[in-house]
Design a binder for this molecule. Structure first.
Ligand SMILES: Nc1nc2c(ncn2[C@@H]2O[C@H](COP(=O)(O)OP(=O)(O)OP(=O)(O)O)[C@@H](O)[C@H]2O)c(=O)[nH]1
Ligand SMILES: [Mg+2]
Length: 452
């Protein structure tokens, strides 16, 4: 299937990853996390050419990794042979050393750890949180998403800028630490108050946008009844692809993490009764920075008004179970665990050969009763899901008789739009419709015509 977006491939910049494996983290979990960081780096335009790992009981307070590991990284970054470790033993250079632009750290580290690592290795350092914030920053399109990301970034940067300012005061001017890009010397002069003011200003902006959104939302509900579905799930699971397939819309699909940051609402297509709204939402990830959870909460909460959540899971990802748990946790955090949920295991076409797919499907069905196993790229699967969604809502429909006086014929259109009309007859005083529709919609129509 052709990709929906023309991606201009720029040459990737070279980066290394560094990670401490703590005792309570299994090898598998550790590997999965590194794999994900590699994908995050790629989304930012970096190729990871080497990974430095170290098992430790805790992070080194000075530089996250032990001093020996830091020296190893420093010589790899510089690409210069001849360096020696703390015991005077020459450090052997691995192939591909030198010309490294960035060190990625797979945890959130403190400003001073980042700075020390940066100074010793002679190269910019970005921790996992900063990487995610940077991706959100680049992908934010709407005014609301931009403001939310900026709040999260300021929250993250504030203590780091303070640290940089302190250092600049004591050692003269220096480059700022983690997140140094675009946040150079001038930022060290920004004091706390300025950041606080900016955050307050952004909050005000968001609040104003929320009021506007609520009005739109209320309008939508009045016009179209209440049936709505929200797609949620881990980043890159295929939510937007499903959204396109289910609604015939052209939302952005990309093999990148966090392609979607804004909630998009479209109508389920082909339309039926009731008319169902589908929302696409921002994806989740392990260790989603707290600032971001808070920022996106309002956007997500709106989506959580849905009557049904479709939790989309990438069945072809070896780490899908962990991803599923992360999504469940975030949903619980934002208070959405009470909303009925359908688990949709997507990308089954991407799970090995036919035999492997059948085996995977059987084990998923056994482990998650009632789940859907499908491929968003298979039109038959999509139409089956479409039917399943419709039947959830149709179960709640009621049949009723509506009497419309001849004097109120302007409501005809509303009846046909809001309900399925099973039959129509007429007498001297008006028309009688036998309809099937959502209880709320039928009730509202009834109230409108019978009102004196
Ligand atoms: N093979 C296969 N690929 C799929 C399927 N569904 C989606 N993809 C691909 O997976 C990638 C991610 O899809 P998106 O729809 O952008 O994922 P998303 O969940 O919206 O991701 P975020 O917006 O980043 O949270 C794209 O390259 C899609 O083409 C599927 O059923 N099978
Ligand atoms: Mg998306």
């Amino acid at each position: 299937m052709p990709e929906t977006q023309v991606v201009v491939e720029e040459p990737l910049m070279r980066a290394v990853m560094a990670a401490v494996q703590l005792p309570n983290v299994s090898d598998r979990e550790f590997e999965a996390s590194l794999c994900e960081l590699r994908e995050l780096a790629k989304t930012l335009g970096y190729e990871v050419v080497h990974t430095f790992v170290q098992k430790r009981a805790g992070f080194d307070r000075t530089g996250y990794l032990g001093v020996g590991k830091r020296q190893e990284i420093a010589s790899f970054v510089s690409g210069e042979a001849g360096a020696v470790d703390q015991d005077g033993v020459p450090i052997l250079l691995e192939a591909g050393a030198g010309d490294i632009e960035l060190i990625l750290v797979d945890h959130e580290i403190s400003p001073s750890q980042a700075r020390n690592l940066e100074v010793e290795a002679g190269c910019q350092v970005m921790d996992r949180t900063m990487v995610i914030l940077e991706i959100f920053h680049r992908n934010a399109r709407s005014r609301a998403a931009k403001a939310q990301v900026e709040i999260a970034r300021l929250g993250y940067m504030a203590p780091r800028l303070r640290e940089a300012a302190k250092l600049a005061g004591s050692q003269g001017r220096q480059r700022s630490g983690v997140g140094g890009r675009g946040a150079g010397e001038s930022h060290t002069e920004l004091d706390r108050r300025k950041i606080r003011d900016r955050i307050a200003e952004l909050h005000k902006e968001i609040l104003a946008m929320e009021v506007e959104r609520k009005t739109q939302r209320a309008r939508r509900q009045v016009n179209q009844g209440l049936a709505s579905v929200t797609l949620v799930g881990y980043t890159n699971a295929g939510k937007s692809t499903l959204m396109r397939a289910l609604t015939g819309s052209d939302v952005l699909v990309a093999n990148k993490l966090f392609a979607t940051l804004d909630t998009t609402v479209r109508t389920l297509h082909p339309e039926g009764v009731p008319r169902v709204l589908v929302s696409d939402t921002v994806g989740f990830i392990k260790n989603l920075p707290h600032g971001l959870v808070a920022s996106f909460k309002s956007t997500l909460e709106e989506a959580m008004d849905a009557s049904l959540l479709l939790h989309v899971i990438d069945a072809s990802d070896p780490g899908f179970e962990r991803q599923l748990e992360v999504t469940d946790t975030v949903l619980a955090e934002i208070g959405a665990d009470a909303v009925p949920r359908l688990r949709v295991f997507n990308k089954i076409d991407f799970v090995g050969d036919e035999a492997a797919q059948a085996e995977c499907e059987a084990s998923l069905r056994a482990a998650y009763p009632g789940c859907v196993v499908m491929s968003a790229r298979n039109p038959e699967d999509v139409s089956r899901l479409h039917q399943q969604i419709m039947s959830v809502f149709q179960e709640e429909l009621v049949e009723a008789e509506l009497f419309l006086p001849w004097s109120a014929q302007q409501f005809r259109k509303a009846i046909y739009e809001g309900c399925e009309v099973l039959s129509e007859s007429a007498n001297e005083d008006g028309a009688i419709f036998h309809v099937r529709g959502e209880p709320a919609v039928v009730e509202k129509l009834q109230a409108q015509f019978t009102a004196p």
